[in-house]
Design a protein around this ligand. Structure first.
Ligand code: HEC
Length: 106
């Protein structure tokens, strides 16, 4: 019986850890999205100008995400979930121009 209780306790703990790990959104989600979605167009020789997190300052990215929302092609933005947008915001802010670690995102 004690073994069984221990097993249940372990199971409960595992479930808690697993669900909390997936609930949080971090910049890595944005990184994946940027590389596999945004970069399909925003790359040298692509259908739109090449873009990287470092292409804009934090304020410019915030304005783009909160106000502009990809007005030129709204369908691009409509496909994104709230979590996608949050991840993207974290990525773009983290590596924006004048941030402590400006970067091009691979
Ligand atoms: C289907 C192609 C396509 C995809 C996918 C795409 N864009 Fe664009 N984007 C465009 C075009 C076309 C323009 C306008 C021309 C240009 O800026 O080169 C544009 C413009 C922009 C601009 C400039 C906006 C402005 O008003 O000056 C930003 C910033 C931008 N896109 C960010 C993104 C981000 C972030 C993603 C990924 C979530 C993304 N785009 C995905 C095609 C795309």
């Amino acid at each position: 019986m004690t073994k069984f209780r221990f097993f249940i306790a372990c199971l409960a703990l595992l479930t808690l850890v697993a669900t909390s790990a997936f609930a949080g959104v971090n910049w890595r989600r944005g990184h994946y999205l940027f590389k596999h979605n945004c970069r399909t167009c925003h790359i040298a020789g692509g259908s739109a100008k090449a873009l990287s997190p470092v292409s804009n300052t934090r304020a410019q990215w915030d304005r783009f995400i909160e106000t502009n929302k990809h007005q030129v092609k709204p369908e691009v933005w409509q496909k994104l979930s709230d979590k996608d947008i949050k991840g993207l915001k974290l990525l773009l802010e983290k590596y924006s121009a004048y941030s402590p670690q400006p970067a091009t995102c691979g």
